[in-house]
Design a protein around this ligand. Structure first.
Ligand code: EPU
Length: 315
C-alpha cells in the first residue's frame, strides 16, 4: 500500500464520490483489462486538478494520468498511488479569429481526437484529418506524438500547456519541444523534477479551407479505417510501432501467419494484425504473453524487433 489512511481521508473529503478506492482499471481502459488503482480520482475542473497535483507533490505520492485509456495496458496487479482521470475536466475546444488563412485551435487534454477532428471539419479547418485513424485524447496524442501515414501531432502542434508539480502552468512553444517518432522529449524544465508535468491543453495551427473539402477527405479516411480495423472490438489500437523502414508491423505479423492466434481471450485481430483484441475475459498476462509471442515469431521470421507502442503500467 502506498496510500495511508490519512491520504484516503483527504481524497474522500475533497473529492467525495469522484474519488474511488481499489477501483478496477478494467473499467477505464479500452482493452477492458487491468487490476485495481489504489485510488482513482476524477477532478471536475482544472482548479481541482491543480489542488490534487500540489497535494500529491507535497505528500510525495506517485500518480498516473489517464485520458480515455485507449493506448494503455494496465497489468493485473493494478496501479499503486493515485490514478488521475481527466475525463471530467480539460474538455474545452475553441479557436481564435483566423488570420491569413491560418487558425489556432486550442483543445483541452481530455478532448477525444475524434471530437477535435469533428470540430475542425465542421469549421472547415484542415490539417487534423490524419488523426481520424487514432483512438485517444489530445493529451495522450501529444505525449505519444501519435500519427498515421497521413501525418503526426508534431506537424500541427504550435504550443502545449503543462501543469507543473507545484501547480503553475507553463506554455511550451513548438520550437522548445523535441518530438520524435511516437514520442516527445520534454525540455529539462518539465522532466528534471521526479514528478512529471501534466499536459492540460494543446494549441494547433491549421489551415482555413471549406467544410466540404475537409469533411469529404475525412469520410474517405473513416471509410477505409472501418473496413481495415476492428473498431468495435475491445483493443488498445495498434499494439506495436511501425519499424522505421520496410514493412509495417501489421504486414509483418500478418505475413508471419499470426492473425487469429489466441492466448486465453487475447487474440490477434483477423481484421488488422497489429491489433490485439480482448474477446471478453482476457487478462493483462494473456495480452503480454501474446505480445511477446508475436515479437518472437516476427523476429525469427524476419529479423525485425517490433517495439511496443501501447503504454504498459502497473505491477
Ligand atoms: N496490412 C496487412 N495486414 C494487416 C494489416 C495491414 O497486410 O493485418 C497492410 C495494409 O493492407 C496496408 C499496410 O499494411 O497496405 C498498412 O496498413 P494501415 O494502412 O492499416 O496502416 P498501419 O501502419 O498498420 C497506421 C497507424 C494506425 C492508424 C493507421 C491509419 C501505426 C503503428 N499505426 O497503421 O494507428 O489508424 O495507420 O491509416 O502507425 C494506433 O496508433 O493505435 C493506430 C491504430
Amino acid at each position: 500500500m502506498t496510500l495511508k489512511k490519512h491520504h484516503r481521508d483527504w481524497l474522500e473529503s475533497v473529492f467525495a464520490s469522484d474519488a474511488k478506492f481499489e477501483e478496477p482499471m478494467s473499467r477505464h481502459t479500452s482493452l477492458h483489462v487491468g487490476g485495481p488503482a489504489e485510488a482513482h480520482v476524477s477532478p471536475r475542473n482544472q482548479s481541482d486538478l491543480v489542488t490534487l497535483v500540489k497535494w500529491l507533490k507535497e505528500n510525495n505520492l506517485p500518480f498516473l494520468v489517464v485520458g480515455s485509456g485507449t493506448n494503455l495496458l494496465v497489468l493485473d496487479g493494478g496501479v499503486r498511488g493515485v490514478v488521475i482521470s481527466i475525463k471530467q475536466c480539460l474538455n474545452d475546444i475553441h479557436h481564435q479569429n483566423p488570420e491569413q488563412n491560418r487558425v489556432r485551435v486550442s483543445a483541452g487534454a481530455s478532448v477525444r481526437l475524434s471530437a477535435l477532428c469533428k470540430y475542425a471539419g465542421t469549421n472547415g479547418f484542415q490539417g487534423l484529418n490524419f488523426a481520424l485513424g487514432i483512438p485517444g485524447t489530445v493529451g495522450g496524442a501529444i505525449f505519444m506524438n501519435a500519427g498515421t501515414h497521413h501525418g503526426c501531432m508534431a506537424d500541427i502542434v504550435s504550443s502545449v500547456a503543462v501543469l507543473m508539480p507545484h501547480g503553475e502552468i507553463k506554455t511550451f512553444e513548438h520550437t522548445t519541444l523535441s518530438f520524435r517518432y511516437r514520442g516527445l522529449d520534454w525540455p529539462p524544465a518539465v522532466s528534471n523534477d521526479n514528478q512529471p508535468g501534466i499536459i492540460i491543453e494543446g494549441c494547433f495551427n491549421l489551415a482555413v479551407t471549406s467544410k466540404k473539402t475537409v469533411l469529404a477527405e475525412a469520410n474517405e479516411i473513416l471509410k477505409k479505417r472501418s473496413a481495415t480495423q476492428p473498431l468495435h472490438r475491445w483493443s488498445a489500437g495498434c499494439i506495436f510501432k511501425n519499424p522505421p523502414e520496410g514493412k509495417t508491423a501489421g504486414q509483418l505479423i500478418d505475413l508471419a501467419g499470426l492473425k487469429g492466434k489466441r492466448i486465453g481471450d487475447a487474440q490477434v485481430s483477423n481484421t488488422h494484425a497489429n491489433f490485439i483484441i480482448n474477446r471478453g475475459q482476457a487478462s493483462a498476462a494473456d495480452i503480454l504473453k501474446l505480445k511477446s509471442d508475436i515479437q518472437n515469431t516476427v523476429f525469427s521470421s524476419f529479423k525485425v524487433r517490433l517495439e511496443t507502442e501501447v503504454q504498459i503500467v502497473g505491477t
